[in-house]
Write a protein that binds this ligand. Structure first.
Ligand SMILES: Cc1cc2nc3c(=O)[nH]c(=O)nc-3n(C[C@H](O)[C@H](O)[C@H](O)COP(=O)(O)OP(=O)(O)OC[C@H]3O[C@@H](n4cnc5c(N)ncnc54)[C@H](O)[C@@H]3O)c2cc1C
Length: 389
């Protein structure tokens, strides 16, 4: 790898949009996964044209690039490995709007987008819990989901068109979102997206249940999934509930987009969600800072939950969508965990992606598919080298 030609890069983006300040490099050396890498420089491009020039330079000099949105990756996807960080956060403009779509630059923060849309009684309904900072580019690159995935699916389901710059430097506009969603910045930089929007629900309400066994819980979830007015089916496991001073049972929370639920006032709804949303802090403080997100087929969920119970692994999650969030101690050996995910026919990740931390657990077929795409779009392997594959 050659030394960085900072003068050349500065001539592309301007002095105020590039840094090699040691403090900046230290901050950008990690993301929410808290694994440390090494950044050579941080660059904030402002246009697609600047990105193509940076990519041309990187190809010529064999310099690696790590794309970054807000750095909320829980799998070290945005951790640099002797690479330039390309931080998209200054590309955050709304460029076009119709009654049911909105086109934004990739660095747009979801919460800012929804604040804008709410003025028109509209919103973008795929909302990960990181929505106050997560960017549309990062959400597409990981194909983020969230608590309402049972009704609204993933980010790609609500994306009509994307503009990308491939690792070869080609600018492509495409409606084939699935070719690039979930590829975590290893094929292209997503620069723009046309997103579908929908009307805000007129009313929401919540019902909660408690169950003693995983089998009873899953049976109820199966019934509830038939009701199309339900937007979220979330559960908290018994061990996790006990850490919140709740009865050590399975707690189920159902959000309806009408007034079917028993909790109807804003205060009641906020109180019900508070217990679910405050879990991260409680579990980290209790010594379980790491989070896994396997997706398990409905028929195997009860068996998987019983295995987690035997192992004392606290869990909760988007059970209606099959995503079981498991909180793990720092020294926990994950090999047996992922053997169990495989034995229960589960996927390694339901929403957080693969990044660096899960790449040894993904199936060979997926690796082969990604390698083929890598050869097609980024043959010199300058984008997010070493991630996913
Ligand atoms: C507290 C917390 C809660 C979370 N909750 C959820 C949740 O409910 N659901 C969920 O799905 N995820 C969740 N996540 C994971 C993460 O927030 C999401 O995956 C989010 O979509 C990442 O957005 P970001 O802008 O932070 O991307 P980053 O973390 O910056 O990047 C994520 C990956 O995408 C790549 N990337 C970023 N921008 C681009 C781009 N423009 N072009 C190409 N590649 C790019 C990066 O290289 C990296 O591999 C959570 C994370 C945290 C810390």
């Amino acid at each position: 790898m050659q030394d960085l030609d900072i003068q050349k890069l500065t001539s592309i983006v301007g002095q105020q949009n590039i840094t090699q300040n040691p403090t900046d490099l230290l901050i950008y050396a990690t993301d929410a996964a808290q694994i440390k890498g090494r950044a050579l420089a941080v660059i904030w491009p402002k246009t697609t044209g600047e990105i193509t020039q940076i990519i041309a330079y990187a190809n010529k000099k064999d310099i690696q690039i790590t794309p970054r949105g807000a750095g909320t990756s829980l799998t070290a996807g945005a951790v640099p490995q002797n690479s330039i960080i390309l931080d998209l956060s200054k590309m955050d403009k709304i460029t076009q709007e119709t009654s049911d779509t909105i086109t934004v630059e990739a660095g747009t923060i979801l919460d800012d987008l929804n604040t804008h849309l709410r003025q028109k009684d509209k919103y973008f309904p795929v909302i990960p819990s990181s929505d106050t900072v997560a960017t549309i580019g990062g959400m597409l690159a990981t194909n983020a989901a969230g608590t309402r995935a049972i009704k609204y699916g993933k980010t790609s389901d609500w994306t009509e068109e994307i503009e990308i710059v491939t690792g070869k430097g080609d600018i492509i506009k495409t409606k084939d979102i699935n070719e690039f969603a979930s590829t975590e910045g290893i094929l292209c930089i997503i620069t723009k997206a046309t997103l579908k929007t929908t009307s805000l629900p007129e009313q929401t309400s919540i019902t909660t249940y408690e169950f003693s066994t995983a089998e009873e819980l899953v049976e109820k979830v199966k019934q509830l999934k038939k009701d199309k007015s339900i937007a979220a089916i979330e559960y908290i496991g018994p061990f996790t509930s006990s850490m919140q001073d709740e009865t050590p049972k399975y707690h189920l929370l159902i959000e309806y987009e009408n007034n079917t639920g028993t909790h109807k006032t804003t205060e009641e709804i906020e109180k019900a969600w508070k217990q679910r949303k405050g879990l991260g802090t409680v579990l980290s403080a209790a010594g379980y800072p790491k989070i896994e997100d396997p997706k398990i087929p409905e028929k195997n969920i009860a068996a998987f939950l019983n295995w987690l119970k035997d192992q004392n692994i606290p869990n909760f999650g988007h059970i209606g969508y099959g995503i079981i969030h498991c909180r793990i101690k720092p020294d926990h050996d994950l090999n047996e965990f992922y053997r169990q995910v495989k034995n229960h026919n589960g996927q390694v990740s339901g929403e957080h992606g693969i990044g660096l931390t899960k790449k040894q657990y993904i199936p060979q077929t997926l690796k082969d598919e990604l390698k083929k795409k890598k050869q097609k779009y980024d043959p010199k392997n300058i984008l997010n080298r070493g991630k996913m594959i």
